[in-house]
Each structure stands twice: as structure tokens, then as C-alpha cells.
Design a protein around this ligand. Structure first.
Ligand SMILES: *Cc1c(COP(=O)(O)O)cnc(C)c1O
Length: 301
């Protein structure tokens, strides 16, 4: 399916600076942001099995859920159109006068958008997920692609990024589905570190482990203090850091996930979290399209 959509394997780049050299740490970044001009990051992996299941139906259709800036719906809208699958996005919140750039794209790719108040949205999601087992079609994907099938898709990432070559793998977590996929394939000697971008989600680790039966998670560590005020919240410090990171390494980041991930990584490096000799892989999970909702000029890339 990757070939069909023209998705390339992610490039892996090694970063160099004095601090890394001094501590004999090898730091690489998996550039999932560059695998395709429109399908960015980890989202295609999470969708893989849902898409192939949908394609078995004579009139394939997928319904999923998300907010106005959802990278998940963005990737779904484009891939569904490219594969001839009908898609519906159920959007949390009343219909705004101006659609976000993300939703404008979704509509342009042919996704049918339905807006529901927060309360109705929750109820509708629960209802559809409950009845989904009784129907082959349409396929219902929970918000953010969370779930066992999303995890199995995310696990496909591990070989593409040559996960077994590293002592540490670090990535940003929303639902935690992607990191669950990495954890499934990782060796217990590898440290898997997740940076939660949500505020007040203390049970994230428990929910991740619920997706990967048989893993006890002693090599899984989640940090909860790098959310900058909550999901999609930001401040001038975050923008300064993202610009600085770009100047240092020429790697652009997004303000919802990967800006916070690189900030956390920088902090952990500074505070000696990674032992001498570590080989770290940081996953750039994409999401750059979301930066279009920022004021022009906030970022230098
Ligand atoms: C969705 C997303 C994540 C989080 O993925 P989960 O599997 O929900 O944890 C991380 N980075 C980016 C850029 C994303 O779009």
C-alpha cells in the first residue's frame, strides 16, 4: 500500500553537537515528516490495517473522529481519496464560520465533514464503536486511531526506522497508540520514552500497556511535564525553542507534538537522562501542516 501511495521509507539523520560528542551519545532523528508531501508522520502507519480492511468491501467507507486540527483526519482524508474509499470525519465542536486549514484540506480531499457539540460527539463515538462489530462496513476508527488495529499498524514503523539499532527510542504521545506499536516490537533492554502532549492524562502508561498484551512496561517511561499548558497550547518560549532547534539542526517541528518532543529531548540530554554511550533515536512524527494555524511569522521555517 505504501508503494501505491508513493510513501518513501523515512530517512534517518544523525545530529552532531559538542554536548553529544562530550557524552559519547549518538542521536539520530527518523524523519517521518518527509515520507510523503501530504501524508506525514506516524498517521499512515496507524491507518494501514484499517485501510486494507476497508478495501475488502465492494463500497469501502471509513468514519472517524477528531478536532479541527486533527493530523489523523487529514491523513485519513487524503489516503482514503487516493485509494477510492469514502470517508466521513465527525468533528468535535460546532461548525465554525471559517474552517481550519486542516479541515479545509479534508473537505478538499472529499471527506464528508459532520460537526457535533462536544457532548454529542462523545455519545456518537461511543455509539458507533459499540455497534461496529456488527457491521463489516463502514469501518469506524476511534479518535486519533487509538486501538489494537492502530497499534499493529504503528508496529510496522519499527523495522522502517531500524528500531533494533538503538538503546533508546523517544517519541511524542497523544493517544499513545504509536508508542504502543514501538513497545510491542522493542526488546526489553531498549528504553522507550514517550513525551505526553496532553495535560492531565496520568493513566497514559496504563492505556498504552492495555494495547500490548504481554508487556509489563518496565522499559517504558512517560514524561508528563512537557505539555506547555495542554494539548495544542503554546507560548513564546516554545516558538523560540522551535526556531532555535531549526537553526541548530535544520529540522522543522510542529507546535502540537514534535516541538514539545524536541524540547523535552533537549532537556533530558541536558539533565543527564541518557547514559554515556547511548544510541538514541528520536521519531519526528510529522504534523507540520498544523503550523498553518499559527500567526504568520511566528516560526522561521
Ligand atoms: C498523532 C500524532 C502523534 C501522536 O500519536 P499517538 O499514536 O496518538 O500517540 C505524534 N506526533 C504527531 C505529529 C501526530 O500527528
Amino acid at each position: 500500500m505504501k508503494n501505491l501511495l508513493g510513501i518513501k521509507p523515512p530517512g534517518i539523520v544523525q545530529l552532531h553537537d559538542k554536548r553529544l560528542t562530550r557524552r559519547e551519545i549518538a542521536l539520530s532523528v527518523a524523519r517521518l515528516d518527509e515520507v510523503h508531501p501530504l501524508i506525514s508522520g506516524n498517521k499512515f502507519y496507524k491507518l494501514t490495517y484499517y485501510l486494507s480492511k476497508a478495501l475488502k468491501s465492494p463500497s469501502p467507507e471509513i468514519i472517524s473522529f477528531g478536532g479541527a486540527y486533527s493530523n489523523h483526519l487529514h491523513a485519513l482524508a487524503f489516503t482514503a481519496q487516493a485509494l477510492g474509499i469514502k470517508s466521513t470525519g465527525i468533528i468535535r465542536g460546532e461548525k465554525p464560520t471559517h474552517l481550519s486549514p486542516t479541515l479545509q484540506d479534508c473537505a478538499y480531499y472529499g471527506m464528508n465533514l459532520q460537526f457535533l457539540s462536544r457532548n454529542e460527539y462523545r455519545l456518537q463515538q461511543n455509539k458507533l464503536l459499540q455497534i461496529q462489530d456488527s457491521y463489516e462496513n463502514p469501518i469506524i476508527i476511534p479518535e486519533g486511531g487509538f486501538g489494537e488495529m492502530g497499534m499493529q499498524g504503528a508496529a510496522l514503523m519499527y523495522d522502517d526506522i531500524r528500531g533494533n539499532e538503538y538503546t533508546h527510542i523517544i517519541c511524542a504521545c497523544g493517544t499513545g497508540t504509536s508508542i504502543a506499536g514501538l513497545l510491542q516490537n522493542a526488546d526489553s533492554s531498549q528504553v522507550i520514552t514517550g513525551i505526553s502532549v496532553l495535560k492531565g492524562y496520568p493513566n497514559l502508561k496504563r492505556d498504552i500497556l492495555s494495547l500490548v498484551p504481554g508487556k509489563t512496561g518496565e522499559n517504558l517511561q512517560i514524561f508528563h511535564e512537557f505539555h506547555f499548558g495542554g494539548y495544542a497550547k503554546y507560548n513564546a518560549d516554545l516558538h523560540l525553542f522551535m526556531n532555535e532547534w531549526y537553526r541548530r539542526f535544520e529540522i522543522p517541528s510542529d507546535f502540537v507534538y514534535t516541538g514539545k518532543l524536541f524540547f523535552a529531548l533537549d532537556h533530558l540530554l541536558e539533565h543527564g537522562f541518557f547514559p554515556r554511550g547511548s544510541r538514541i533515536l528520536c521519531i519526528h512524527s510529522g504534523g507540520l501542516q498544523g503550523n498553518r494555524s499559527l500567526n504568520p511569522g511566528s516560526l522561521i521555517f
